[in-house]
Design a protein around this ligand. Sequence first.
Ligand SMILES: Cc1cc2nc3c(=O)[nH]c(=O)nc-3n(C[C@H](O)[C@H](O)[C@H](O)COP(=O)(O)O)c2cc1C
Length: 214
Amino acid sequence: MIMKKIFAALLLVVLSAYAALAEDVELPAPEKSGGIGVLDAIALRQSAGNFADEEITLQQLSNVLWAAGGVNRDDGKLTYATASNLQDMIIFAFTREAVYKYNPQAHSITVIAKGDYRKLTGGQPFVAKAAIDLLYVQDAGKWDNLNRKTPPEVILNCGFAHAGLSMQNVYLYAASVGWGARTRMNFDRDGLTKLLKLNKKHNFTLMQCVGPKL
Ligand SMILES: Cc1cc2nc3c(=O)[nH]c(=O)nc-3n(C[C@H](O)[C@H](O)[C@H](O)COP(=O)(O)O)c2cc1C
């Protein structure tokens, strides 16, 4: 009897921990004006080599995620183009506080893991210092909804194209507000697969550091 009670109590603790982890955080509306002009931002675009491990606000996280892949029209389409508007990219954000999955239609983030996992996303020294490490994962399962068969390598190519289009928005956002950004291809795929509970339909593409510079 006592064992049953202990088991029930443990189950409750585990379930409430899981519920707490699965929490959604509504983001403040993104700032859609301001910064420097787009031509000036293109002129300044570059990959940064040093980041300041500074705290950022939820508003800044909101702005970055919206630039990366938020909704910019009433019909639910995004700030970057996707093949057949499949919107097959999942953007994860690693910050000092937690790992989040971005939900573009709700403009919210789901907490995937609490804690600082930035280091897991790459061995280069600046990686753990960048305020946000973005991971771009393609959900190839979305292509099953099309009534045509697409070769897996074409699907993957589109995943990289989507990541590139999205990342350029982030580069331009960073240039516009005086932050740094850097694309990265080296990260711990096994560790991230486990942490994010990814499956065979999930294709890794690239990562990107973004945040205040040193
Ligand atoms: C597909 C791709 C992968 C990259 N991977 C890395 C990387 O793993 N580590 C890194 O420090 N920089 C990486 N970079 C950044 C490049 O080194 C950088 O873009 C290049 O030196 C040109 O500099 P710029 O972006 O300032 O023009 C990558 C860039 C691209 C486009």
